[in-house]
Design a protein around this ligand. Structure first.
Ligand code: GLY
Length: 303
């Protein structure tokens, strides 16, 4: 049994962007599925599928990411192997084309879990990851958004989520169950628009935006990071799975319920249990997602 689930953000995705989101998660799904269905590793499936989404300017990850208040792009990512419990994460890194690959390097080649800023970039350079230019990551849509937000004196991410529920939140992520029974979760993001320089969200925090335990389940989150961190959402959902008999839909729904009830948070989650049963849940108007298991003849894709 192999299984793969991918998300491309949970927010009020406008009608005109629905097709691009659908195509993006469908392609990422296919990349992950091709690796898993040919006996490849969950780590490879998660990394390569996220690399595709980091390249697709539709999403707030890699190229196409939001710009921070200083006019820079700072990226966060993490990956976790649920069998070895090895994990790697990078936070607030600049000029890195594929943050999830740098997070994997931290997991594979360092004794640490999370490297931030210049140290993470230096570690990448020592291991063959060269910095890209800002223009490799910046797209016109986000330059315009940054200018618009700068002109708004009192712009606040908290207000954007809680009052309008209309903040773009295109973080990407995947969870894979490979043929060896290993659950792997990964998440990559440009964070939130106009964030304070150095701001780090849930995505690189193990247990918040990403978690995997091959005996129980794996989770990747998207949405308002400050709220997701407060309820340690990914690990909370794995904890719920551990005591509810592995009911992925119930755990995902309860996680999102707690996110909203306890901290007025908004976002979405994707989940696999140890048997590869998928589920997703979100409290935003839309969430881009795709999933497939060995029991399915094709992927289920929706926005
Ligand atoms: N969930 C992504 C972020 O808040 O940075």
């Amino acid at each position: 049994m192999v299984s793969f689930i991918v998300h491309g953000g949970a927010w009020d995705i406008p009608d005109e962007l629905v097709d691009a989101h659908r195509q993006g998660v469908a392609r990422a799904m296919q990349i992950g599925w091709d690796i898993l269905s040919h006996g490849g590793s969950g780590v490879d499936a998660v990394e390569k599928a996220i690399n595709y989404l980091e390249d697709d300017p539709t999403f707030d990850a890699g190229r196409g990411s939001f710009v921070n208040a200083a006019g820079e792009i700072e990226l966060d990512a993490s990956i976790m192997n649920g069998t070895t419990f090895r994990c790697g994460a990078v936070a607030a890194v600049q000029n890195i084309r594929y943050p999830i690959s740098l997070a994997r390097l931290v997991m594979d080649k360092s004794e640490h879990v999370l490297l931030a800023g210049k140290g993470a970039v230096q570690f990448g350079a020592e291991n063959g990851v060269q910095q890209c230019s800002s223009n490799d990551l910046l797209v016109g849509r986000e330059l315009e958004r940054w200018k618009d937000l700068l002109a708004q004196k009192n712009y606040s991410t908290k207000d954007a989520f809680q009052k309008k529920k209309s903040l773009p939140s295109d973080t990407v992520g995947c969870v894979a169950l490979d043929a060896a029974g290993i659950l792997v979760a990964g998440t990559s993001t440009g964070g939130t628009p106009n964030k304070y320089p150095g701001r780090v969200g849930d995505s690189p925090m193990i247990g918040c935006g990403t978690y995997a335990d091959s005996a129980i389940g794996g989770v990747s989150c998207t949405g308002w990071g400050e709220a997701i961190i407060k309820v340690v959402l990914a690990k909370t959902i794995v904890g719920l799975l551990e005591v509810n008999g592995g009911d992925t839909q119930a755990a995902a729904d309860e996680g999102i319920y707690r996110l909203e009830k306890k901290v007025e948070g908004f976002g979405g989650v994707i989940v696999l249990n140890s048997q590869g049963i998928p589920a997703f849940s979100y409290n935003t108007p839309r969430m881009a997602r795709a999933y497939r298991t060995t029991a399915m003849s094709d992927a289920c894709i929706d926005v």
